[in-house]
Write a protein that binds this ligand. Structure first.
Ligand code: BES
Ligand code: ZN
Ligand code: ZN
Length: 495
C-alpha cells in the first residue's frame, strides 16, 4: 500500500472513498467542516442516526466531489480517544472500503483530537497497513477475485510532507509484522525447520550487518542438545538451530538476544492433542517468526543495537519413533528431564536454546517468545501476553514498550516455592506436573532452571495473542504478528 500526503484539501487526488473523522459528543463534531466539502451535504446530527461513537461508520454517496463516497468515521468521545482506539476505528473504515472494492482512499487527518500528532500518524499508518494484510496464496484464483480487494493507495490530507519519514518507518515495522504473519500462516508442511532456516538465510540479503548460522541435525547432536533432539525424534523432518546476528552497533559490547520457540507443528506427540486444540498448531512457531522478523525490521530501520535472534526448530510429531512419556533425556546443560508429557515440548527445546545462549553468546539480556501454554490463554485471553521476568529494569522497559505499542503484557510471578513440584524421582526435573494448576507459571519456572541468575531474562508467553480464529480490529484472521511492534519499540529505547 502506497501512503502519500496532500497538504490541503484542494490538492488531493481523486479516490474511491473519502474518510471523514468525527468525535462523539452531543453534536457528533466533524473534525473537518462538512460545509467545506459541499454546502448541500447535511450534518449527520440532524438525523440522529450517527453519533460519532468509536468505530461507528456511515456512508454517503455524492456526485460533485473527487470521491463518489464519503465514509463518516466515529472516533469516540474526545477524552477517550487513544492511539489504540484510533487504530481500531480506522481499521473498521478500511475494512468497509475493502469490502466495497475501494482501491484508492483519501483520509482527512484528524487534527484537533486529543492524541499527539506523531502518535496519531503512527496509529493511523499502522492501522491501514496491518488491516490491509491478506494471506490468500492458498485460495483458488476465482475465489481470490471475488474476495475483498486490497487497498492500493491512501492519501492523508492535511499531513505535512516532513511527517512522511515517520510514515516510512511505520511502514517498515508493519512489513516486519506482516513478514511474521506470513511465516506463521504458511502451511506447516511448507514452513518446516529447513524452510525456517532458508527464511533466516534470506535475511542476510537485507543488510551486510546480518550474519546467519544454521546448525543441522549432525551439529545439534555434536552440541549435545538432547532435549531438542528428543522432541525431534518423532518427526521425519530434521531439526534446525538457527542463529541470526545483526551487528548494528559494532563499537559496543551490549548484546540483546531474542529466542523464539519454533515448533513448526505441535501434535502433542504421544500425549496427543484433541482435534480442536491441534487445529491451530501451525502457529506454534510464532515466537520463531517474531524473532526473525525483529532482525529484518531492526536492520531495515538501521537501529544502533546488537541483536541475535535464536530459533530452536522442530516439529512435535507423533510416529513410531516419537519420544515417550516416562523417559528421561539429558539436556545441553547436563540436567536430566523426565518427560511426563510430550505436549510440554516448547520448554524442552527452549531449555537447550537458553543454555546455548548463556554459554556462548555473552548476552546483556535475553528474551524468549513462545506459544508455551494453554494456561496463559485461560488466564489472560487473546489480547494479553504473559510476562515473566527475573529483572525489574528489564520488565519495566518491556512494560513501557507494551504501553507505547498497545501490545499488552501482564506481569506474572516466578513463584519459587512451586519449583519443588517439578522434582523428578527418576531424573532431575519433570517437564510437566500434569495438572492445570498454574501451568503458565510452571512453564516459566522450568525455563528459569536453564538460565543464569546474573543475566536479565524475560519469558513472554504469546500462546493467546499470536493467532486469532476471527478477525479482531486490525488483525485479520490467523496470525497476528503480536509482539513485533513491542520488540522494535524495546530495541529503539534501549540506550
Ligand atoms: N503449543 C502448546 C501451547 C498452546 C496452547 C499454544 C494453545 C497456543 C494455543 C504447548 O506446547 C502445550 O501444548 N502446552 C501444554 C503444556 C502442558 C502439557 C503442561 C498446555 O498448555 O496444555
Ligand atoms: Zn505442546
Ligand atoms: Zn507447543
Amino acid at each position: 500500500m502506497k501512503i502519500t500526503s496532500s497538504k490541503d484539501f484542494e490538492s488531493r487526488n481523486e479516490a474511491d472513498f473519502l474518510i471523514l473523522p468525527f468525535c462523539e459528543d452531543k453534536k457528533a463534531v466533524a473534525l473537518y467542516k462538512i460545509a467545506h466539502l459541499d454546502p448541500h451535504i447535511h450534518e449527520p446530527i440532524h438525523f440522529k442516526d450517527f453519533g460519532g461513537k468509536n468505530k461507528e461508520c456511515s456512508l454517503i454517496y455524492i456526485k460533485k466531489e473527487k470521491e463518489p463516497r464519503i465514509l463518516l468515521l466515529g472516533l469516540g468521545k474526545p477524552d477517550k480517544i487513544t492511539s489504540e482506539s484510533i487504530r481500531c476505528a480506522y481499521s473498521e473504515a478500511i475494512k468497509i472500503c475493502k469490502k466495497k472494492n475501494g482501491k484508492k482512499i483519501n483520509i482527512i487527518f484528524p487534527h484537533g483530537c486529543n492524541v499527539e500528532e506523531e502518535e496519531l500518524i503512527r496509529a493511523i499508518s499502522e492501522s491501514l497497513l496491518l488491516t490491509n494484510y491478506s494471506f490468500d496464496s492458498l485460495k483458488h484464483d476465482s475465489i481470490k477475485e471475488d474476495n475483498v480487494s486490497v487497498i492500493e493507495s491512501v492519501d492523508i490530507i492535511g499531513l505535512k510532507p516532513a511527517k512522511m519519514d515517520l510514515v516510512s518507518k511505520v511502514k517498515v515495522i508493519c512489513e516486519g509484522v506482516n513478514f511474521a504473519r506470513d511465516l506463521v500462516n504458511t502451511n506447516a508442511d511448507e514452513m518446516t525447520p529447513h524452510e525456517l532456516s532458508i527464511a533466516a538465510k534470506e535475511l542476510s540479503k537485507v543488510s551486510q550487518k546480518i550474519k546467519v548460522r544454521v546448525f543441522d541435525k549432525k551439529k545439534i547432536e555434536e552440541e549435545k542438545m538432547g532435549l531438542l533432539l528428543a522432541v525431534n525424534k518423532g518427526s521425519h523432518k530434521e531439526p534446525a538451530f538457527i542463529l541470526v546476528n545483526y551487528q548494528g552497533n559494532p563499537g559496543s559490547k551490549d548484546h540483546t538476544v531474542f529466542i523464539g520457540k519454533g515448533i513448526t507443528y505441535d501434535t502433542g506427540g504421544r500425549s496427543l492433542k484433541p482435534t480442536t486444540s491441534m487445529e491451530t498448531m501451525k502457529s506454534d512457531m510464532s515466537g520463531a517468526a517474531l524473532v526473525l522478523a525483529a532482525i529484518y525490521t531492526a536492520a531495515k530501520l538501521e537501529l544502533k543495537v546488537n541483536l541475535t535472534s535464536v530459533v530452536s526448530a522442530t516439529e512435535n510429531a507423533i510416529g513410531p519413533n516419537s519420544y515417550k512419556p516416562g523417559d528421561v533425556y539429558k539436556s545441553l546443560a547436563g540436567k536430566t528431564v523426565e518427560v511426563t508429557n510430550t505436549d510440554a515440548e516448547g520448554r524442552l527445546i527452549l531449555a537447550d536454546a537458553l543454555t546455548y545462549v548463556v554459554k556462548n553468546l555473552k548476552p546483556s539480556r535475553m528474551i524468549d517468545l513462545a506459544t508455551l501454554t494453554g494456561g496463559v490463554v485461560v488466564a489472560l485471553g487473546e489480547e494479553i501476553s504473559g510476562l515473566f521476568c527475573n529483572n525489574k529494569e528489564l520488565s519495566d522497559k518491556l512494560e513501557l514498550s507494551s504501553k507505547r505499542t498497545s501490545e499488552l503484557l501482564w506481569k506474572m510471578p516466578l513463584h519459587q516455592p512451586y519449583k519443588k513440584l517439578m522434582k523428578s524421582d527418576i531424573g532431575d526435573i519433570k517437564n510437566s506436573i500434569n495438572s492445570s494448576k498454574a501451568s503458565s507459571i510452571m512453564g516459566a519456572l522450568f525455563l528459569e532452571e536453564f538460565i543464569s541468575e546474573d543475566i536479565p531474562w524475560a519469558h513472554i508467553d504469546i500462546a493467546g495473542t499470536s493467532f486469532t480464529t476471527k478477525p479482531q480490529d486490525y488483525n485479520p484472521t490467523n496470525a497476528t504478528g503480536f509482539g513485533l511492534r513491542l520488540l522494535i519499540d524495546f530495541l529503539s529505547h534501549l540506550s
